[in-house]
Design a protein around this ligand. Sequence first.
Ligand SMILES: [Zn+2]
Length: 747
Amino acid sequence: MTDISALSEADAANELMRLAKQIAHHNKLYHADDAPEITDQEYDALVKRNEALEAAFPHLVREDSPSRQVGHEVATSPLSKVSHEVRMMSLDNGFSDHEIREFVARVRRFLNLSDSEPMSFTAEDKIDGLSCSLRYERGELVMAATRGDGQVGENVTANVQHIADIPQHLQGENLPDVFEVRGEVYMEKQAFTALNEQLMEEARAAAEAKGETFDPTKVRQFANPRNAAAGSLRQKDASVTAKRPLRFWAHGWGAASEVPGDKQLVVMRQIEAWGFPVSPDLKLCENAEEMLQHYRSIGERRPDLPYEIDGVVYKVDRLDWQGRLGFVAKAPRWALAHKFPAEQAQTTLEAIDIQVGRTGKLTPVGRLAPVLVGGVTVTNVTLHNRDEIARLGVRPGDRIVVQRAGDVIPQVVDNLTRDEDRPAFIFPDHCPECGSEAVAEEGEVDVRCTGGLICPAQRTERLKHFVSRAALDIEGLGEKTIDQFFALGWLESPADIFRLHQRREEILALDGWKEKSVENLLASIEAKRSPDAARLLFGLGIRHVGAVTARDLMKNFHRLETLRETAELAGQAPPLQGRGRSRVAAEGVGDVDQALTQPDSPHPNPSPEGEGLESSATEALVTLTSIDGIGGAVVEALGDFFHEPHNVAVWEDILSEVTPPEYIVETKQSSVSGKTVVFTGKLETMSRDEAKAQAEALGAKAAGSVSAKTDLVVAGPGAGSKLKKAAELGIDVIDEAAWAEIVKAAG
Ligand SMILES: [Zn+2]
């Protein structure tokens, strides 16, 4: 990341644009898709960089700047760092009864205890919050720090002053000189739901006040109570924390000048007496069977608890034994977290709706009686496809079990009323949107509408895809607007978007549109008159041409027309080895390669006429299939696309409205040019996206997983299995600083 003082205005403007997009993208993943791709820390780093740039270049602050968006946390800012005097540990996990019995046996073996020697464990709920260490000196709170990486956390002393569960002064006499109480800051389920509703309402009100159209997908809500607690605590402005209903309970201690007891439970009761809440389920168990019983009892009550827990923690009660047991790596040998399986809930499947996607795919969506699972109210659940419905045997009216683990989207795991005598759900054989036949191709599970261009659902979905972030990225042209304009007959194809300026007055006459919002919409459309060719190609939604494939194609052809000519020509290439083109495609590029790289072998299917055309067609096919990452399916899909006159009309129409510049990826020569790089672990100075972009700019390929094809692994802290695999394969591994050196060396 470049030092801000060294940035030119143009560079700063570019970076601000990129940051606005990235942050909006992650907001959407976080909120709308409930699937964050980056950690809170990585998100915060983007926001911080944006703030710093805006402070240095105030005149460049964008209309769509993340700092102007209301209702989400942008102010999580430089909290100072605190080193923990005693490291904050993590816990080993166990899942099965067997693992718990084994843990108890292991402790006995380690301590060399006979079977008759009594050995107790404390057991308490493992609350899903943010770990904190609170340092008291002679009974006064002097420092509060988050766990961080266990050794260094963030200073949240000002923030925790607003948490009523955390005493500023310990109660009682004879207080130790130094005592660090450790526990979890958390948010109760109800408070979490209310907070998200409030964030949404604030954003709506702010948009209305500014006369803008309200886009709920731009509001950053919290994915779960743990995120809400973390986001609320880690605020630069502690007055924000003060407004959030945070709670705390203690589960242990860190540095201590003296420990008030020789047993875990005794010390916890003293901490409680000093004024801290502790788990209401904290109790002593004498053996593994009692521990398992307590676990099951808590598990049964878990859905009704006001807070989220994800397991039960067991600790050896005698502190002298804890001392002898010590630690392995980052976790104590004397404690174990017994995790719960993914949270499940029962509800009624009220209806099964069929959604029609861009490619005509019919996706069944279950509408549920609202139910709280894993801290989130679930009302819809995807049923994936016809086979999944058959597997579960679900019909409207069934009682079903819904499961949700962590940030994962909810899924149906069981049908409790499968045996009830009711007719099976009949998957439609016609498109619910256009009435065309809906069929599954042989060997495919997905049922697709065959209506193509006459299907309104497919047409609007294609338009939505065309304007989406990864494609043309037209701000302000949201899904509802597209549906509305489509219904009015204003948007037939992508090119019509660029003719909307002719309807300025008509749009203004619609409900909810004001001068300013129409102006913004038309301006963001006009800004895309010279779009990136790869994004435009991707936006057209050609089958098998995803964002990466589109870039690979454009890197090779530079101009869309060159791609079209080649694809059309390749579509006329003769069948190879007497088989149809589709067969070749279905069997992959390997066959094509083989046939084409044997120049000495006789032509597989010589044709008496049109030798000239045939050889240039074959040449085109060679050109296409020799591009790295382009397989037979892509070649066939491109051929099919340009074979269809409707598609050619759409293509020519859009290119009469927009002019993508020649697609040139400027690559610098570097020591990694032509190599495949994998980034893993946490990157400190840049986002994953930025790192990948750097790799591409250096002529390297950024891959997602480590394989024999990988040349280099850039590993940050927390790199796990990928690092291990790299070591097994003998692949070079460097850290982020060494990567920065490579980037710097390339200029
Ligand atoms: Zn249809």
